[in-house]
Write a protein that binds this ligand. Structure first.
Ligand code: MRU
Length: 336
């Protein structure tokens, strides 16, 4: 099902990003050809979600060479700036490495910008295809018309295509296999109540927003048939990093005998991480907890611990849906 907005678009040599910090109240777009503005957008979560960050970074790296010729020092500056934006989503580093290898092979070419742009467009187009493959491979998780609970935002806003877990839900809905979605609010930045709700609304899928702490109560009442979320980095053994609060849901599913699934492209699997212990977790600024939209809700002097992601141990994950197929626990992604 198509929704009527574009989250990432490349047009007239500029990247156009919907500003996700303003949604759903305002639909504002950032239009830029400056790599450092895109780096800032990734850092500020104006563009967010693992695959979307990768796509945006690929375009940023290409745009950096719009008016510049090959220079090793300049390439390193751009690469390092983009790589320093967010540490957990491996798709960012994957996309930068893909761009780097194209750069290395063509750095002395007269049309370096066009070559890099071609690669960025390919990464974007492939992401669209991967999202659709995930939706297709994920249909099998619905053995009846289901009520689904999800966390954070995994849709068109979070990817270059139609989403990871969100696209599975959306495909399920199109096929009459999803009756209702519970969208976790997703504290502190409200990706669920702002962004997933925005996308569910656009797609015409019936939904209710719940606070993150409501899930257990709903599960106890047998009101949830399955949980599906995305991931920012998956270790070889299937341990998966995703938005803080995901692990809580997986534990709750285990206790209530509810299947818990992850949907992510193969590019989210990081073969250099044997287990979740090897995944670096981003810590966010305390103002995101102590303030809401710049308005203090607690004392600025209080200490805060705010990890952006947690790690769900693989034994709590019933299946991982990827663009290359459906994998059941126990996972071993050495060969993938
Ligand atoms: O901090 P965010 O909003 O970038 O976190 C995003 C998530 O946790 C998503 O669930 C994840 O990127 C996978 S979905 C594409």
């Amino acid at each position: 099902m198509m929704s009527s907005f574009n989250s990432i678009e490349f047009k007239n040599d500029k990247l156009i990003l919907i500003n996700q910090t303003k949604l759903p109240l305002q639909e504002e777009y950032i239009k830029t050809d400056k790599y450092y503005r895109i780096a800032e957008a990734i850092e500020n979560l104006e563009v967010r979600g693992a695959p979307a960050i990768g796509v945006a970074a690929a375009y940023a790296l290409a745009l950096a060479f719009k008016h510049k010729k090959y220079s090793e020092k300049y390439f390193d500056t751009v690469y390092n700036r983009l790589a320093s934006t967010r540490p957990t989503a491996v798709n960012l580093f994957w996309a930068l490495e893909e761009m780097k290898s194209v750069y290395t092979q063509n750095r002395e070419s007269g049309n370096l910008y066009e070559i890099l742009l071609h690669k960025a467009i390919e990464i974007h187009q492939n992401d669209i295809i991967k999202c659709d493959l995930m939706a297709k491979n994920g249909l099998k998780i619905f053995d009846k018309k289901s009520v689904v609970l999800t966390h954070c935002n995994t849709g068109k806003l979070a990817t270059g295509g139609n989403g990871t877990a969100f696209n599975v839900i959306s495909k399920g809905f199109e096929n009459g296999l999803v009756s209702h979605v519970y969208a976790d609010e997703t504290r502190p930045l409200l990706q669920g109540s702002r962004l997933t709700a925005f996308e569910l609304d656009k797609a015409g899928i019936p939904f209710s927003i719940i606070t993150d702490s409501t899930a257990a109560f709903l599960m106890k009442q047998k009101k949830v048939d399955l949980v599906i979320v995305g991931s920012d980095r998956i270790a070889v053994n299937g341990d998966a990093a995703n938005k803080i609060g995901t692990y809580n849901l997986a534990v709750l599913c285990n206790y209530h005998h509810i299947p818990f699934y992850i949907a992510a492209p193969v590019t989210t699997i990081d073969k250099s991480c044997k287990t979740g212990d090897d995944i670096k977790i981003e810590l966010r600024n305390k103002s995101e907890i102590l303030e809401i939209k710049g308005v203090p809700v607690s004392k600025g002097t209080y200490d805060v611990f705010s990890p952006a992601f947690d790690i769900t141990p693989s034994e709590l994950i019933k299946g991982i849906i990827t663009d290359s197929g459906f994998y059941k626990f126990p996972f071993n992604f050495v060969e993938i």
